[in-house]
Design a protein around this ligand. Structure first.
Ligand code: IVH
Length: 673
């Protein structure tokens, strides 16, 4: 009894952490299936002990994708999820339950792919797309109409004449494998973090504030659910075929199935055939075809009874552990990595797999030479998900986490409240030094062309560069001496280093590798401090008054600048001519307070200045930008091609719509063009 209550607590904590890893960090440590199993275990225990009820338990929680900067819209019908199954037997049992619930009735089942993207609801009125909303928490979601309009396979205007006057259609926005790979290649090149899988990439892309960038990324959409009062047919399949004629992308894999045998064949077929698909799928969905029967079967609180998901097994292989190594990252974080006997897993040979951190490694209880299960879930790096203990070699010892840095030998430290062990030897530990060099030269930081991982390592190994400031002492003659580097590449590197001196201050702050200071934080900190001397002198309390800077970041910044070594580096960078303050334009602060207290929404395409320039103008005159129209909006600055939904909303709320000339007049910058 007490043990069960303790187990409830443990499971809640574990699942909360895994939710965080999945949704916030985008790096799940356990598979979806393990998650579902643990959640089911927790659910059963909570039912047995109703006194432990907690509205914050992971069982009570629905995931939500609601994001700041988008306006929220209520769904016309709640967006529910599907119950999951993991085997043919479980699907067959579901078919059996249908049979029992509507006894004596024949029923057809529609088999579909379960697309692994991000759910979307589209509303059409009089044949025109009027709104696109994310799932959100199922009750209301974010209005992402502007971004969805850029997806070429979503019709803005329908073809034919047999569509209802008003209806909703739901589907999945996906990023095809090819586009996903291209995007990650670009991100790697720019030194940005990679998306773990096409699902995260699609969801992230849909929430960008810049529709032009959304359009560039190549999203696609498959539709699978039609809702409304006047649907043309009384069954799901025919309605979807009608939707196909209206211009929607409906997968050809959607098939009418007549009995359990056909259902099983469908599963067996797609279990392997899915590997050839151009988009990621994580399973199949089975739906009762007749809308009348759907109505009879109804819904539970979370999902329809007339549909079920069958999840594909994550591709898994078993192989022997050769040894465990411990990787050291740019910030000194130690990651245990299983080095394996090479094994083929969904088309690629796997030799290394992550075990994330000490907690996970201990939970796995890996021993020397163990037979391990390695899985490629939705992540790029395969991970170890279990041990085949029956094949453990007698006398094998458990693997221990290192106590000292494998690269430099320093005793490791563990920051309270975090799972990671860290090597504190920031200045003498090679992978950290080279990692920081690589970061510094990255596209989004100093953007120094010609230096990648390999060149950074070469520069270090040949004693030419020991820290980021040394880069500025390089000459083409010195670089040319490195193996494999011709004069031309050497010159390109030197040009890149020269050019980096004009990189704006906020990117310099990001390039320094201050722990926890990412791109956005760097920008905010740079804008608040204005120059490096002020930043270096700031107290934690002052830093904490900057938007998005909490005590952890504030402390990381003060610690960083308290270090004389770092101060010397900064001084040398300054001497070399690296930009250490905001540009006069950025620093002069608001040009006027003409727009004080006014909130603008910018929409459409402009002729005289770019959107970005208008945003800056609004801010420099004291105004605020917002991504979506609401009661709080004071003006809509409209260019060409402003979306009809936005126009309508602005009109409805009585918000004045101004064009660029009117805006420029407002801030006194209108010169006749
Ligand atoms: S039907 C009420 N069909 O899977 C039923 N969903 O776990 C509505 N999904 O939220 C969903 N492919 O985002 C349905 N062919 C498909 C699907 C599909 C992917 C997603 C969808 C849903 C989630 C449920």
């Amino acid at each position: 009894m007490e043990q069960e209550i303790r187990k409830i607590q443990e499971l809640r904590e574990l699942l909360h952490r895994q939710n965080y890893n999945y949704y916030v960090l985008n790096s799940p440590e356990i598979s979806d299936r393990q998650f579902d199993e643990l959640l089911a275990e927790l659910d059963a225990l909570e039912k047995k002990h109703p006194e432990t009820y907690d509205p914050n338990s992971p069982t009570q929680r629905v995931g939500s994708d609601i994001t700041k900067g988008f306006s929220q819209v209520d769904h016309l019908y709640p967006m529910l999820s599907l119950s999951n199954t993991y085997s043919i037997d479980e699907v067959d049992a579901w078919v059996g339950r249908i049979d029992e619930t509507i006894p004596g009735q024949k029923f057809e089942i529609v088999g579909e792919l379960k697309f692994d993207g991000t759910g979307i609801s589209l509303v059409y009125e009089k044949g025109k797309l009027i709104r696109a909303v994310t799932r959100g928490d199922g009750i209301h979601g974010d209005d992402v109409t502007a971004n969805v309009r850029t997806i070429k396979t979503i019709p803005l205007v329908l073809t034919g004449n047999d569509y209802p006057d008003f209806f909703e259609i739901r589907g999945e926005i996906v990023l095809p494998w090819k586009a996903f790979e291209k995007m990650n290649q670009e991100r790697q090149y720019k030194g940005e973090t990679l998306f773990a899988n096409p699902r995260n990439a699609a969801a992230g892309t849909l929430k960008l504030q810049n529709s032009a960038e959304v359009a560039r990324r190549g999203l696609d959409a498959y539709l699978y659910y039609l809702l409304g009062d006047n649907l043309p047919y009384d069954n799901h399949y025919d309605n979807m075929q009608a939707a196909k004629r209206w211009g929607f992308k409906i997968s050809d894999a959607m098939t009418l199935l007549h009995d359990i045998k056909e259902v099983d064949e469908y599963i067996n077929h797609w279990d392997t055939a899915r590997r050839e698909l151009p988009v990621a799928t994580d399973g199949l969905v089975f739906k009762v075809n007749s809308l009348r029967q759907q109505l009879n079967l109804g819904f539970t609180a979370k999902s329809p009874r007339w549909a079920v998901a069958y999840k594909f097994a994550a591709e898994r292989a078993a192989t022997r552990l050769r040894f465990v190594s411990f990787d050291v990252g740019r910030m000194g974080i130690i990651t245990p990595v299983a080095n394996l006997e090479p094994v083929l897993l969904s088309g690629t040979v796997v030799k290394r797999a992550s075990m994330h951190n000490q907690d996970i490694m201990q939970a796995l209880d890996v021993h020397d030479n163990d037979m391990l299960f390695v899985e490629k879930g939705g992540e790029i790096i395969p991970k170890i998900t279990g041990v085949e203990t029956s094949q453990r070699i007698p006398g094998a010892k458990p693997i221990e986490f290192v106590s000292h840095c494998p690269a430099c030998g320093s005793p490791l430290i563990r920051i309270e409240g975090e799972a990671a062990w860290i090597c504190p030897n920031k200045m003498g530990c090679i992978p950290q030094i080279v990692g920081r060099l690589e970061h510094f030269v990255g596209r989004k930081m100093m953007n120094i062309d010609g230096i990648g991982q390999e060149t950074a390592m070469l520069l270090y190994n040949h004693g030419l560069v020991k820290n980021i400031a040394d880069l500025y002492d390089l000459t083409a003659e010195k670089v040319e001496t490195l193996p494999g580097l011709a004069r031309k590449s050497a010159e390109r590197i030197i040009d890149g280093i020269q050019a980096s001196k004009s990189v704006p201050f906020e990117r310099v702050v990001y390039a320094l590798s201050i722990p926890y200071v990412g791109e956005t934080t760097a920008k905010k900190v740079a804008k608040a401090a204005k120059d490096i001397d002020t930043l270096m002198a700031m107290k934690p309390e002052q830093l904490e008054s900057i938007e998005d800077v909490g005590s952890r970041i504030a402390l990381a910044i003060t610690d960083y600048f308290a270090d004389t070594y770092n101060r010397e580096i900064v001084e040398r960078l300054r001497q070399a001519g690296v930009c250490m303050q905001l540009s006069p334009e950025q620093a002069s602060g608001p040009k006027s307070d003409t727009l004080q207290g006014k909130t603008f929404v910018i929409s459409g395409v402009f002729a005289l200045n770019s959107r970005e320039e208008y945003k800056n103008m609004i801010e420099s005159h004291g105004g605020k930008n917002s991504g979506s129209i609401s009661k709080k909006t004071d003006f809509v600055l409209a260019g060409e091609n402003m979306g009809p939904a936005k126009l309508e909303k602005a009109a409805k709320l009585g918000i004045p719509i101004i064009d660029e000339n009117q805006f420029l007049t407002m801030i006194g910058e209108n010169q006749p063009h």
